[in-house]
Design a protein around this ligand. Structure first.
Ligand code: NMN
Length: 174
């Protein structure tokens, strides 16, 4: 049995990791979709698909399941998104998501969907992590060690801070 789990993973954090651990108890193989693969260098999506491939690959490599990491670009047409996903991924039997739109699109396409209660949702949100990085607060203990290493390797914290400065300038019109 093969599962599919898509997220933006901006960045991949301990909540994602926990969800993946639960999923691999149920499946033999797992396809991890890197969503919004074409987006990078924005406050909401600071990391490129390639950088996220590194984060996710390293964060799941010691798990007891075969994993495939596949970048998937957004499509301006939700009604055919599931076909788009299928066209890019190994065949899968069940999709895992807590995202209401993703759940709905898979259900309408006749794909079994399973969710999981969000793990420490209040802290483990990408938005919260990005805020912590911008304001110089602790963030590294909320992501797998390997992910923190990737963020350091690509000087990711500095990138997020710089992008946030650009956003602030655009908002005030300076
Ligand atoms: O659950 P999150 O982390 O939000 O990830 C879902 C991913 O799936 C996002 O990258 C989102 O953009 C993507 N998605 C894309 C479409 C589309 O391109 N029409 C539809 C549903 C979800």
């Amino acid at each position: 049995m093969r599962g599919f789990y898509i997220g933006r993973y901006q960045p991949f954090h301990d909540g994602h990791r926990h969800m993946v651990e639960e999923i691999v108890d149920e499946v033999d193989e797992l396809v991890l979709g890197i969503g919004s693969a074409g987006d990078s260098h924005t406050t909401r999506n600071p990391f490129t698909a390639g950088e996220r491939v590194m984060m996710v690959t390293k964060a799941v490599e010691e798990l007891d399941a075969t994993t495939y990491v596949v970048p998937i670009e957004d499509l301006d047409r939700n009604s055919v998104w599931v076909s788009h996903v299928r066209s890019m991924t190994p065949r899968f039997d069940v999709a895992y998501s807590n995202n209401p739109l993703v759940v709905r699109l898979f259900e309408e396409a006749g794909v079994e969907v399973r969710g999981s209660p969000m793990f420490r949702r209040e802290v483990l949100e990408g938005a919260e992590l990005r805020e912590r990085i911008i304001h110089g607060r602790d963030w590294a203990d909320l992501v797998p060690e390997t992910v923190a290493d990737v963020i350091r390797e690509i000087d990711g914290a500095e990138r997020i801070r710089r992008i946030a400065e650009t956003d602030a300038i655009e908002e005030t019109g300076e």
